[in-house]
Design a binder for this molecule. Structure first.
Ligand SMILES: [Zn+2]
Length: 214
């Protein structure tokens, strides 16, 4: 039996105010299509969204033809030891800031960057300049056999450029990605992460509720 955790952090952003629509993707929208206030027997929302809005996971199928989709990962794959790593660089995550970590194969690495501290992660408004993962840092994660990488903005790759090197490096080597988290109030250190994606048949990714406990 799991002991009751002392600390629980919800690192998810809320859809509808904090979450950021990726430019060009259909925006998130929720509308009440039935209202008790209007005489209906229940309130009922209809949601329109992509699978990559707000806090969500990417599986290899997102970028790799015939890569694995959500069906191919058992639920325990989304529960694992995690490091929250404070990144000082205001532009990019590079291997230099990761070298001192004691990483075991399968661990999750979650990068707490200026995206969180500036409020950019939860502003609801897309910004071009956000802290991203360099291809070199992605290769470092592959070499360390990291199980999952998390970042506090909507993409692991930088905005400019269309070649998505860090997505290819991570997903092409079987590392799952968690995007759109916020780590503003989370101290750096070790946790267990639960980031359980919605069970969407065949999908390349899905929204998730992500929580850290320790
Ligand atoms: Zn994504």
């Amino acid at each position: 039996m799991m002991q009751s955790p002392k600390e629980i952090y919800d690192i998810s952003v809320s859809l509808g105010d904090e979450a950021i629509d990726w430019p060009g993707n259909p925006p998130y929208n929720r509308e009440l299509i039935s209202r008790i206030a209007d005489g209906a027997y229940c309130d009922l929302s209809q949601i329109t969204m992509t699978t990559h809005v707000g806090t969500h996971v990417d599986t290899p199928a997102h970028f790799i033809a015939s890569g694995k989709n959500l069906d191919e990962y058992p639920v325990e794959r989304w529960i694992r030891p995690a490091h929250v790593v404070s990144i000082e660089d205001k532009e990019v995550i590079s291997p230099e800031e990761l070298k001192g970590l004691d990483i075991a194969p399968g661990d999750a690495l979650l990068f707490k960057t200026a995206n969180s501290s500036s409020g950019r992660s939860t502003s609801g408004v897309f910004e071009d300049d956000f802290v991203y993962i360099s291809p070199e840092a992605a290769r470092f994660c592959v070499a360390k056999k990291v199980g999952l990488v998390g970042i506090d903005y909507g993409s692991v790759d930088r905005r400019s450029g269309h070649d998505f090197p860090s997505h290819y490096e991570l997903l092409g080597n079987g590392i799952l990605i968690l995007e759109g988290i916020t780590l503003k109030d989370v101290p750096a250190g070790r946790y267990t992460i639960f980031c359980l994606p919605m069970k969407v048949k065949g999908a390349e990714g899905a929204p998730a509720r992500a929580v850290l406990v320790r």
